[in-house]
Design a protein around this ligand. Structure first.
Ligand SMILES: [Zn+2]
Ligand SMILES: [Zn+2]
Ligand SMILES: [Zn+2]
Length: 193
């Protein structure tokens, strides 16, 4: 099993369908995302991320089903997946983005290690394994840019990413359901078409 990034060579893909032209012809990712930012950026854009309806988490389905906190592998639903940005060179103003998210090569989930957060528990056992992961970046809060889905949250128990827009709290590798961080604005993810 390869790490998340090496399976998908870095390519520039549109943060929005309209944004494709701007990126291709020298615009900025931040501009396409609607953020106040200036200066060219280099972004790695990666498809292949999916929501798991069993644990309500996000996982990298391009590498298989991994390990779900709800038991056995994650389930990949039909339909849309998500696109993540990794190893992005930040423009001067990048407060709309948060770096520090990592892919776990054991369970295939996404977890946060920024701001001094230690790796959380992995459903496979032990800690999340971020070695060989890129530095993933999430858009903080909600955006009016089309094709983005808000309602994703950091779990204060397992430090993973989960979708709080459904009934229920999913299944947390730290036990029982995931938990929103107090005062969190959440994150928006780009839905692939
Ligand atoms: Zn799952
Ligand atoms: Zn893991
Ligand atoms: Zn959790």
């Amino acid at each position: 099993m390869a790490d998340a990034r090496s399976d998908h060579p870095d390519t520039l893909s549109p943060p929005t369908r309209r944004g494709l032209l701007r990126l291709t012809f020298g615009g900025t990712l931040a501009a396409a995302l609607g953020a106040a930012a200036a200066g060219p950026v280099a972004a790695a854009v990666q498809n292949g991320w999916f929501f798991c309806p069993k644990c309500q988490g996000l996982f990298f389905a391009a590498n298989g089903s991994g390990e779900c906190p709800a038991g056995a592998g994650h389930t990949k639903p039909g339909g849309k997946g998500y696109l993540l940005f990794a190893d992005y060179t930040p423009p001067s103003n990048y407060s709309a983005f948060q770096f520090g998210w990592r892919y776990c090569r054991k369970c295939l989930g996404l977890h946060y290690v920024g701001d001094g957060n230690p790796a959380g528990p992995c459903p496979v056992g032990g800690k999340q394994a971020a070695s060989s992961s890129g530095d993933y970046m999430l858009y903080v809060g909600r955006t009016a840019v089309p094709d983005y889905q808000g309602g994703w949250h950091f779990c204060s128990k397992c430090r993973g990413l989960w979708f709080a827009g459904n009934r229920g709290k999913g299944e947390c590798p730290a036990g029982r359901g995931h938990k929103k961080a107090a005062g969190s604005k959440g994150y928006s993810l780009y839905e692939t078409q």
